[in-house]
Design a binder for this molecule. Sequence first.
Ligand code: SF4
Length: 90
Amino acid sequence: MFTYDRFVVEERASRDEWTPCEYCSRCVVCTGGVGFDTRSARRYREHYCSGAWRSCARWAVARAIGIDKVPDDLLPNDHDRADTYILEVV
Ligand code: SF4
């Protein structure tokens, strides 16, 4: 799904020579798939998806168990919850 916000993420990434998150095309925060209110989703995209993806809780879980298994309602800043998913697989 192509969204304006996703375009913004990719545009910022190219302009600032940042690499967008590798999961942008499949993560609900980036695709606008479900759940998050518009303002929060935009804030997450601007902060995490377009630059600080290494500090995203969803990214950490995706790396550990796969993006398809990341719960849709896991917030990018919910590291405590992310840790519980990661600890289940290590
Ligand atoms: S929310 Fe996290 S995992 Fe999802 S696209 Fe953004 S940085 Fe990547």
